[in-house]
Design a protein around this ligand. Structure first.
Ligand SMILES: *Cc1c(COP(=O)(O)O)cnc(C)c1O
Length: 278
């Protein structure tokens, strides 16, 4: 059967097409043949490879979108009604939306005209006794001044969640975004992002408690994942310890992600060439 033809406008300059190679295609076929389509061995491998790519001993939790990852981050940090979270005025809606999911209030801070990143000099004026966290966005992959943001956070006892939906691969001061000192960093693998799996995301943290909570809450609040229960030597017993979400990444998406991750630098160089041409 042929795929249904979408009725699209004639192509002019297509926006951020995914760069899918033969390895990604072959891996999806292998995944289909394996019979394990949802969260399983390919997700586990993708999380492991992603952590190794970032370095710094971070833990990775694969999710089905960056929105899901950001939601799990504010949930794990215990942000709730009455709390305020500082976000930039100029970003995708998800950055502020997930603050409202928790019943907390986003507080908008202006961006700098040059970088379109949050204006660090305006953050402190927005801090109140209710402020709990800052969510900087590395707009279009240009890193925010994370040293300044982390310093402000330390001074006011705030948590930092980096919205790194555009920021793979990006470095700040020679360190990969994702391996800095923030509480959580979240990447997106949506079709238009620099690593594309269709839908998908990665929550990255160096805090073992946050990683543990996010793993439980990405799958209905169940204290053990399905792969863990069904692999050799496992047993079926589990408990539901909180009303969680359905945010797990499929192995089909992870199959694509494994090879996109391997090709990250190659794809980055290609984008640089195209930018040069413009
Ligand atoms: C795309 C994007 C998101 C959301 O990513 P999804 O994976 O589609 O949920 C969040 N923040 C920013 C800045 C984005 O561009």
């Amino acid at each position: 059967m042929n795929a249904p033809q979408a009725t699209l406008k004639p192509p002019f300059l297509p926006f951020a097409l995914p760069d899918i190679g033969e390895d990604e295609i072959a891996e999806v076929v292998s995944c289909l043949r394996s019979g394990w389509l949802s969260t399983g061995p390919r997700c586990a491998q993708f999380e492991k490879n992603f952590a190794a790519h970032l370095g710094g001993g971070v833990a990775c939790v694969a999710v089905n979108s960056a929105t899901a990852g950001l939601h799990l981050a504010v949930e794990a940090l215990g942000i709730g009604p009455g709390d305020e979270v500082i976000v930039p005025v100029h970003t995708f809606t998800a950055t502020a939306e997930i603050v409202r999911y928790m019943g907390a209030d986003p507080v908008f801070v202006d961006v700098e005209p040059g970088s379109l990143n949050i204006d660090v000099s305006k953050i402190e004026a927005a801090v109140t006794p209710r402020t709990r966290a800052i969510i900087p966005v590395h707009y279009a992959g240009l890193a925010c001044d994370m040293a300044a943001i982390l310093e402000i956070a330390r001074r006011h006892d705030l948590r930092v969640i980096e919205d790194a939906a555009h920021a793979l691969p990006t470095t700040f001061g020679g360190t990969q975004v994702g391996a800095l000192e923030s509480d959580v960093t979240v990447f997106s693998f949506y079709v238009t992002k620099t690593l594309a799996t269709g839908e998908g995301g990665m929550l990255v943290t160096r805090d073992a408690e946050i990683a543990k909570r996010a793993k439980v809450m990405r799958l209905h609040g169940i204290n053990r994942d399905v792969f863990d229960r069904y692999r050799a030597g496992g047993n079926w017993y589990y408990e539901v310890i909180a009303p969680g979400f359905k945010y797990n990444l499929t192995d089909l998406a992870a199959a694509i992600g494994l090879h996109q991750l391997r090709r990250l630098d190659e794809m980055h160089r290609r984008r640089e060439q195209i930018a040069e041409a413009y």
